[in-house]
Write a protein that binds this ligand. Sequence first.
Ligand code: 5GP
Ligand code: ZN
Length: 117
Amino acid sequence: MAGEPQADCVFCKIVSGDVPATVVRKTERTLTFRDINPQAPTHLLVIPRVHYPDAAELAAAEPEVAAELLAEAGGAAAGEGLEAYRLIFNTGAGAGQTVFHAHVHVLGGKPLTEGLV
Ligand code: 5GP
Ligand code: ZN
C-alpha cells in the first residue's frame, strides 16, 4: 500500500529506530536528522515517516505531509540559527538521488551563492 514502510529503505529504518540517526526534530508525521555525510556546516534531512519514493509523489498522495515537510525544514533552519539556507529535493538517480524515500536537504552555515549545479 502507498506510504507503507519498505524493508530495504534506510530512511524507513531510521523512522523505525532500526538504524540510528542524530535526530534534531520530530513531529507526528516527520523526522529531521543530520546527514551522515554533510556537504555544509549544517546539513539536515527532513523526511516524512511514511514512505514515498520522492517528494513530488509524497505531495501528490499526501499534500498536508508535504507541506509539513517544508514547514519543518524552515523550523529546523531557524533552530540551527541559519539566516540563509538552501533546500534541495534530488529527484531521480540522474539528479543524484540515492535514497528513494522522500526527503529534503537543508544546507547552510556557509555562503551558498554559487550556481545551483
Ligand atoms: P540523496 O542523494 O538521495 O538526495 O540524499 C540522500 C542523503 O542521505 C545523502 O546526503 C546521504 O549522505 C544521506 N544518508 C544516506 N544514508 C544515511 C544514513 O544511514 N544516515 C544518515 N543520517 N544519512 C544518510
Ligand atoms: Zn522508506
